[in-house]
Design a binder for this molecule. Structure first.
Ligand code: NAP
Length: 365
C-alpha cells in the first residue's frame, strides 16, 4: 500500500505544466507548434491519469480503513479484574489477551495444547508488559476436561469478571464428533462453552459486574437449527454447522446481574481456516500455488487479529456496557442486529432447553 501511494505521488510530481499558448504563438515553425500541442495533450493526459490514480489510491486507503474497522482506544483501568479467554493461544483470543492484560486485568487463557499455551503466555506477557498472564488446560470436545478446567479456575481465582468464550472451529469438511458424541462444531463452539459457562457461574456471581462475551460470527446467518436433527446426522453441511455456532450468542441472554453479549470480529486473518483450507480439502492442490495472486486482495479485504479483536475487547472492557440489557450482538464496537432467527425468542428458549438437557448444565450460581 505504501509503495502504491509512493508511486502515485511520484506520478503526480512528474507532471509538468504545458507551455502557454502565448509562447506557442511566438513560434514560427508549424511543425514545432504541432509538437508543442501534442506535448500539451500528453501532459494533460498525464495529469488526468495522476488525479485518477490518486483518487483510486485514496479510495483504497479509505476502503482499508473501513474494512479494518474501529479501534477501541478507551484506556480503562482493569486492575483487579480476572478475565478468562478460551482459545487464547492464538488469533483473536491472543490479541484480546494482550490488550486486556495491558489494561491491567489478570488474564487466564484456557487452551487445549499445553505447549502452545506455555508459548502464548510468554508472548502475551512480553507484548502486554504484564506478568499477570496464566493458562489452564481446556479441551472443549471433552466434558471431563471442561469440568476439570472449571475446577482449576475455582482453585486459582476467587471470581471471574469476564469470561470470553472465544475458542472455535470453522467448517470442518466432513462430519466429526466430540468425545461426548456431539457433532464437533456444535460441541466445541456452542455446547462446550455452554457447559463451561454454567460450571463457572459461581465464580462469575462472585464478581461485582460480571460479563460473558461470546465471540460469535456473522456466519450465524447461515444457521439452520433443526431440533429434530440437532447434530446434523442426516444432512451435514460444514457451513451450516459453523453458522449454528452463532446461535449461542443471544441464547445466553441475561442471567441475574450477569451481562452476556455476543459479537462478530469481521473477516480476520487467523488460523480459523485450517480445517477447511488444508491441503486435503483444496481440490486444486498441488496447484494451490495458483491461488497465490489472491493473497494481496485477501490481505486487503481482511483484518489483522489485533484489529479483529477490537469488538471483543470493547465488549469485555467498555464500562458503559454494564448498563445494557444483555443479549446484544455487537459488530465494529457497536450494537448490531443479528439474523431474524437469532432474534426469535422461542427458538432461543428451545435451544437453551436442549443445551441444558444435553450438557446437564445447571444455572444456579
Ligand atoms: N477469523 C475470523 O475471520 C472470524 C470471523 C468470525 C468469527 N470468528 C470467531 O472468532 C473466534 C476465534 O477464532 P480465530 O479466528 O482466532 O481462530 P483461530 O486462530 O483458529 O483460534 C481458535 C482458537 O480456538 C481453540 N480451539 C479450537 N478447538 C478447541 C478445543 N476443542 N478446545 C479448546 N480450544 C479450542 C484453538 O486452539 P488450538 O490452537 O490448540 O487449535 C485456538 O486457540 C472463533 O470462535 C471464531 O469462530 C472468527
Amino acid at each position: 500500500m505504501a509503495l502504491l501511494i509512493y508511486q502515485l505521488i511520484c506520478t503526480a510530481a512528474a507532471f509538468q505544466p504545458p507551455p502557454s499558448y502565448s509562447r506557442l504563438s511566438g513560434l514560427r515553425m508549424s511543425s514545432q507548434r504541432a509538437d508543442a500541442v501534442a506535448e500539451a495533450n500528453t501532459d494533460r493526459r498525464s495529469l488526468v491519469k495522476g488525479i485518477a490514480a490518486a483518487g483510486v489510491g485514496l479510495g483504497l486507503v479509505g476502503g482499508k480503513r473501513v474494512i479494518d474497522g474501529p479501534v477501541y482506544s478507551n484506556v480503562v483501568d482493569l486492575s483487579g479484574e480476572n478475565i478468562v479467554i478460551t482459545g487464547g493461544n492464538t488469533g483473536l483470543g491472543k490479541a484480546a489477551a494482550v490488550r486486556l492484560a495491558a489494561l491491567g486485568a489478570a488474564v487466564t487463557i484456557a487452551c487445549r495444547s499445553p505447549s502452545k499455551a506455555e508459548a502464548a503466555v510468554k508472548d502475551i506477557q512480553q507484548a502486554s508488559g504484564s506478568s499477570a498472564v496464566d493458562a489452564v488446560p481446556l479441551d472443549l470436545t471433552d466434558s471431563s476436561s471442561i469440568a476439570s478446567c472449571a475446577r482449576e479456575l475455582s482453585g486459582r481465582l476467587g471470581k471471574i469478571d469476564v469470561l470470553m468464550n472465544n475458542a472455535g472451529v470453522m467448517a470442518i469438511p466432513n462430519r466429526e464428533t466430540t468425545a461426548d458424541g456431539y457433532e464437533k462444531q456444535m460441541g466445541i463452539n456452542h455446547l462446550g462453552h455452554f457447559r463451561l459457562t454454567s460450571l463457572v457461574l459461581p465464580l462469575l456471581a462472585a464478581a461485582s459486574t460480571p460479563r460473558v462475551v461470546n465471540v460469535s460470527s456473522k456466519a450465524h446467518t447461515l444457521a439452520k437449527l433443526d431440533f429434530s436433527d440437532f447434530f446434523l446426522t442426516k444432512d451435514y453441511d460444514p457451513w451450516v454447522a459453523y453458522g449454528n455456532k452463532g446461535s449461542l450468542g443471544n441464547a445466553a441472554g441475561n442471567l441475574r446481574q450477569l451481562t452476556a453479549v455476543s459479537c462478530h470480529p469481521g473477516l480476520v486473518r487467523t488460523e480459523l481456516g485450517r480445517y477447511f483450507f488444508n491441503t486435503d480439502n483444496i481440490p486444486l492442490f498441488p496447484f494451490g500455488w495458483l491461488l497465490t495472486p489472491l493473497l494481496i486482495p485477501g490481505i486487503y479485504a481482511s483484518r489483522s487479529p489485533e484489529r479483529g479483536a477490537q469488538t471483543q475487547i470493547y465488549c469485555a472492557a467498555e464500562p458503559t456496557l454494564q448498563g445494557t440489557a444483555g443479549g446484544e450482538y455487537f459488530e465494529d464496537c457497536h450494537i448490531s442486529t443479528p439474523s431474524k432467527d437469532a432474534r426469535d425468542r422461542q427458538m432461543a428458549a428451545r435451544l437453551w432447553e436442549v443445551s441444558e438437557k444435553l450438557t446437564g448444565a445447571s444455572w444456579n450460581a
